[in-house]
Design a protein around this ligand. Structure first.
Ligand SMILES: *Cc1c(COP(=O)(O)O)cnc(C)c1O
Length: 244
C-alpha cells in the first residue's frame, strides 16, 4: 500500500523511519561499525512534498529523487520554511544538467565525462560546487546505468579538470539476486575505491560508498556502505508498475 498524506499515514511514516533506524543501528552493531559512519538518504521519488516535509520534521535534510522533472517540481513546491534539499540519484541527460546544477544539493549518478563537463559548465557561473558520486555498474547488467568498473579509473582522472564538482566517492545499485551476488557487487565497489585511492593518491577522500536500499541495507553496511538510499521501507510502495 502506498502511503498518502492522511494523518494516519503521516504517523505511519514516523513509525517506518523508526523501524529503518532500528535496522541501521542493528546492522552497524553487527558489523562492528559506528552508526555515525552510515548516512541514511530517504528516497522520496513519486511521493508528495507533504511527506518529504514530514520526514524533514524527523530530522532529515536531504532526499533522493531520480527524475529531473520531479526534482524541479518538488523544489518549486518548497516554501520558505522548508529546510531540506534533494540528492539526484538517477541518470541525467546533458540537456538537463542546468536544472541539476541549479537545484540539486548532491548528484550520485555521475556516469560520463560529458555529464561531468555539462554540470561543471553550468555550476561555474553560479559559483556553486556540487558534491558528486560516480555511479558504477557493478553488476554488468546491460539495462543498468553507471560506468563499467574498468572505466572508472579513466573517468576519475579526467574529473580533476572539473573544479565545480566535489567528488565524494562511488555509488552503485546492486543486482536483484541472492545475497552472494549482491555482496559481490558491493565488494566490487569497495575494491574500486581502494584502487582509485592508491592510483590517484586520494588519501582518505572519496570516502563515500553509496550502496544498499530497502531490501539490502544490512548486507551493504556489512560490506562497508557509508550511505544507504532507502525509499520503500520509509515511504511505502511507489505508485507505478515498474519501480527501478
Ligand atoms: C528508488 C531508488 C532507491 C530506493 O529503493 P528502495 O528499494 O525503494 O529503497 C535507491 N537508489 C536508487 C538509485 C533508486 O532509484
Amino acid at each position: 500500500m502506498a502511503i498518502t498524506n492522511s494523518p494516519e499515514d503521516r504517523s505511519a511514516l514516523g513509525a517506518r523511519l523508526q523501524a529503518v533506524e532500528q535496522r541501521l543501528a542493528a546492522a552497524c552493531a553487527a558489523a562492528g561499525r559506528d552508526r555515525s559512519e552510515v548516512r541514511l538518504l530517504p528516497v522520496s521519488k513519486t511521493h508528495p512534498i507533504e511527506l518529504v516535509r514530514e520526514a524533514a520534521a524527523h530530522g532529515h535534510r536531504l532526499f533522493g529523487e531520480n527524475k529531473v522533472q520531479e526534482l524541479q517540481r518538488k523544489c518549486a513546491e518548497r516554501d520558505e520554511d522548508d529546510d531540506f534539499g534533494f540528492s539526484m540519484i538517477g541518470h541525467l541527460q546533458t540537456n538537463k544538467a542546468k536544472v541539476v546544477a541549479e537545484l540539486a544539493d548532491e548528484f550520485q549518478a555521475l556516469d560520463s565525462l560529458r555529464i561531468a563537463e555539462a554540470l561543471d559548465r553550468r555550476l561555474q557561473p553560479l559559483g556553486r560546487r556540487l558534491p558528486v558520486l560516480i555511479q558504477v555498474n557493478t553488476s554488468g547488467e546491460p539495462q543498468k546505468h553507471g560506468v563499467a568498473p574498468d572505466e572508472v579509473m579513466g573517468l576519475a582522472r579526467q574529473l580533476a579538470a572539473c573544479d565545480a564538482l566535489d567528488v565524494r566517492g562511488l555509488m552503485t545499485v546492486a543486482i536483484k539476486a541472492d545475497q552472494q551476488q549482491v555482496g559481490a557487487c558491493f565488494d566490487r565497489l569497495v575494491q574500486l575505491q581502494r584502487e582509485l585511492r592508491d592510483a590517484l593518491a586520494l588519501g582518505s577522500s572519496w570516502s563515500e560508498l553509496s550502496m544498499g536500499m530497502s531490501g539490502d541495507l544490512e548486507l551493504a553496511i556489512a560490506h562497508g556502505s557509508t550511505c544507504v538510499r532507502v525509499g520503500t521501507a520509509i515511504f511505502g510502495a511507489r505508485d507505478y508498475g515498474t519501480a527501478d
